[in-house]
Design a binder for this molecule. Structure first.
Ligand code: SAH
Ligand code: SF4
Ligand code: F3S
Length: 476
């Protein structure tokens, strides 16, 4: 699962009348949160809420939060500080504003949030969203604070399955939640709970619904997406797909099956753990055309000593062997990784091992972070915390190398023809933006009728964040 610092807001309903109530949802953190926000919007609309794009006019504000690093968690409190002023302005004119904190900070801090910020009316964790209508009714009746941080993942999957709005040809689809890996730096096992796989039939039903609404690319989501396993699909949609030895399907089998759904042309998944890359999944990259040649496979560090202290459960050589198998199956596969610098006890030598790992591996994309001490995690209590200036210097050196690799990967596409799925209008008139198989943004001059289609584009140049292409064939 990729956390990043961008903040997305649930799309407003264009042209909807300003009647009834309105809600504003701010999403922090990873794609799982983005997916959950979409679903909360999908639950609120039937209750008469219009989704608006600013908090000032909203009767209900939901902050869907992230706890992964200190900065992410503190951002919520600074936003709540600003909302306090907005809420009192509304109250001054006799209007009300209900404020809810959802997501991983809610799960981790619970009632402390209300103690620290009394303007907050509701705190509920990622497993409670399906109870949102009930919670809203209860606060409206009693105006008492609500706290709901129970874990009941399966029920959430069942109850939220189809409550969402889709725009454009790409969509996320959650297939797995939670994490049992307990990396010593990470809060996710505590905020999202144990690994739970969603049932195959429910995933297939959602994928069909997405395809029926024009989605052509699905990104399967899970904190440990390749740990997914469940009973095989009842309807084989063609030749049966062999199960694993334990009689269940893994992610490779699921991808092969979803690729048979009419309309689904591209499949991606994120985030995978190196320990869960099984042989069938690796083979699927070579055999299944719909499985895009791009894999986000976080390594975190290139030093075995640090990998052990992080409890990653693999060595650098084991990770490298997995990459070699992937490249044997799909030679053009593009890799993306996550890295942490300055984990407690990381020496200069350990850090050099990370740089050497990156040099050897070659990453097309990456996310890299300074280690952030998270309360309650084992690493927070470890001796030899690394000083901030050391972390900063290491991060700068690592990012310079990773950025050079990213640019080199993009420049290597010049002259190639890549199939591009066009997703939305570009910044300039007459331009559309889409994605290459390697998840690069590609800009090209194209008519609006090309939106939602896959067309070949010759790559003629690179811009700082994207590729510039010229369409050289029909869209389909
Ligand atoms: N299951 C996902 C986890 C998502 S968290 C995975 O294993 O990739 C996304 C990334 O945030 C992690 O890969 C890690 O690089 C980073 N991260 C997590 N906890 C962190 C911490 N305490 N300090 C700095 N970075 C952290
Ligand atoms: Fe966190 Fe590790 Fe689980 Fe990823 S695998 S969510 S980094 S504990
Ligand atoms: Fe995602 Fe952040 Fe929670 S990365 S799982 S929203 S802690």
């Amino acid at each position: 699962m990729k956390e990043n610092s961008t903040i997305t807001e649930a799309a407003p309903v264009e042209g909807a009348p300003r009647a009834g109530k309105s809600a504003f949802i701010r999403t922090y953190g990873c794609q799982m949160n983005a997916y959950d926000s979409e679903r909360m919007a999908g639950l609120l609309r039937p209750l008469g809420y219009e989704i608006v794009d600013a908090p000032e006019a909203a009767d209900l504000v939901i902050l869907n939060t992230c706890h992964i690093r200190e900065k992410a968690a503190e951002k919520v409190y600074s936003d709540l500080g600003r909302l306090r002023a907005v809420k009192s302005e509304r109250e001054a004119v006799g209007a009300d504003m209900m404020i809810a904190v959802a997501g991983c900070v809610a799960q981790a801090e619970g009632g402390e949030i209300i103690e620290r910020m009394p303007i907050v009316d509701m705190v509920f964790g990622p497993q409670a969203y399906h109870r949102l209508p009930e919670m809203l009714a209860r606060t409206a009746r009693s105006r008492g604070d609500i706290l709901d941080t129970d874990f009941a993942v399966e029920e959430k999957f069942d109850r939220l399955a189809l409550a969402r709005d889709i725009e454009g040809p790409t969509a996320f689809l959650t297939i797995q939640e939670g994490c049992d890996k307990f990396c010593t730096f990470c809060v996710v096992p505590y905020t999202r709970g144990a690994e739970v796989s969603r049932e195959t039939e429910a995933i297939v039903a959602e994928a069909r619904m997405l395809a029926a609404r024009g989605v052509r690319e699905v990104t399967l989501l899970g904190q440990n997406v390749n740990a997914w396993r469940a009973a095989p699909a009842r309807d084989p949609l063609g030749a049966p797909i062999a199960a694993r030895e334990d009689g269940v399907w893994g992610l490779g089998q699921l991808c092969r099956h979803l690729a048979r759904i009419e309309g689904i042309e591209r499949i991606r998944f994120t985030t995978s753990h190196p320990r869960d890359m099984d042989a069938d999944l690796i083979a699927a990259f070579g055999e299944e055309e719909a499985l895009m040649p791009y894999l986000h496979l976080p390594v975190q560090s290139g030093a075995d000593r640090i990998l052990a202290a992080m409890n990653r459960g693999h060595t650098e050589a084991e990770y490298a062997a997995t990459i070699a198998r992937l490249r044997a199956a799909r030679p053009d596969i593009a890799l993306s990784g996550d890295f942490i610098v300055g984990f407690p006890g990381e020496t200069d030598e350990d850090f050099e091992a990370t740089l050497a790992h990156v040099e050897r591996t070659g990453y097309a994309a990456s996310f890299s972070f300074k280690y952030s001490r998270r309360p309650g995690t084992p690493a927070a209590a470890m001796a030899k915390q690394v000083a901030e200036p050391v972390k900063e210097e290491r991060l700068a050196r690592l990012q310079a190398l990773l950025e050079a690799q990213r640019v080199a990967f993009n420049e290597a596409q010049i002259g190639k023809v890549l199939p591009v799925l066009f997703e939305k209008p570009g910044r300039n008139p007459g331009q559309l933006v889409g994605k290459s198989p390697y998840l690069q943004s590609v800009h090209a001059s194209a008519p609006e009728s090309m939106l939602g289609k896959i067309a070949p584009a010759r790559i003629e140049g690179v811009t700082p964040r994207a590729l510039a292409g010229v369409i050289c064939g029909d869209g389909r």
